[in-house]
Design a protein around this ligand. Structure first.
Ligand SMILES: CC(C)(COP(=O)(O)OP(=O)(O)OC[C@H]1O[C@@H](n2cnc3c(N)ncnc32)[C@H](O)[C@@H]1OP(=O)(O)O)[C@@H](O)C(=O)NCCC(=O)NCCS
Length: 147
């Protein structure tokens, strides 16, 4: 098991955050280090990340949850998610591929239908539908909400 610590990100970790996002292939937009928490190992290397990302004044998204493959399955994402949920206002939204839906259900998130999505997520959901149809992928984009 990895000995890990969770703390707010430092400005000097901006590059490490972007590298992890790039390496796991998740949304690279809106990646301001100030909103991030990081998990570091005993050598103080960033091995996991997450953030709460605002969209205007009303909408808050749990986003950029990622852990390097060699550190997965040890509760690092759980630690990040629980920390971010602790003091966050509700509702809280997230977007994820359907393969990760069960992970977020563990924390109380539920998939919402198109009609219940804020406009921001409706737009993305439509775009994702087109892209996945074109790419003939089995995965679908879920928009989930925590009340
Ligand atoms: C998804 C990801 C962040 C999980 O990180 P992790 O540190 O291995 O997760 P944890 O070990 O903290 O697991 C937390 C819980 O979720 C479960 N879990 C993890 N990944 C899961 C998945 N894809 N589907 C269902 N459950 C999952 C674990 O079994 C664990 O359950 P438990 O606490 O009840 O035993 C990691 O696999 C990753 O970085 N993936 C690539 C990036 C990505 O897809 N991020 C999500 C963007 S929406």
């Amino acid at each position: 098991m990895t000995n890990f610590t969770l703390r707010p990100a430092l400005e000097t970790e901006s590059r490490a955050i972007k590298d992890l996002i790039h390496s796991v292939g998740i949304n690279p937009m809106g990646v301001d280090w100030k909103r991030f928490v990081v998990v570091v190992n005993a050598q103080d290397q960033v091995i996991g990340i997450g953030q709460l990302k605002p969209h205007g004044k009303e909408i808050l998204e749990l986003a950029s949850i990622a852990v390097y493959p060699e550190f997965r399955g040890q509760g690092i994402a759980r630690a990040i998610i629980e920390h971010l949920l602790k003091d966050s206002p509700r509702p809280l939204y997230l977007m994820c591929e359907s393969v990760n839906g069960a992970l977020y259900e563990k924390f109380g998130f539920r998939e919402i239908p198109y009609g219940e999505m804020p406009r921001y997520f409706q737009r993305i959901s439509k775009l994702a539908g087109v892209v996945s149809t074109l790419a003939r992928r089995d995965e679908r984009l879920l928009i989930m909400k925590l009340q």
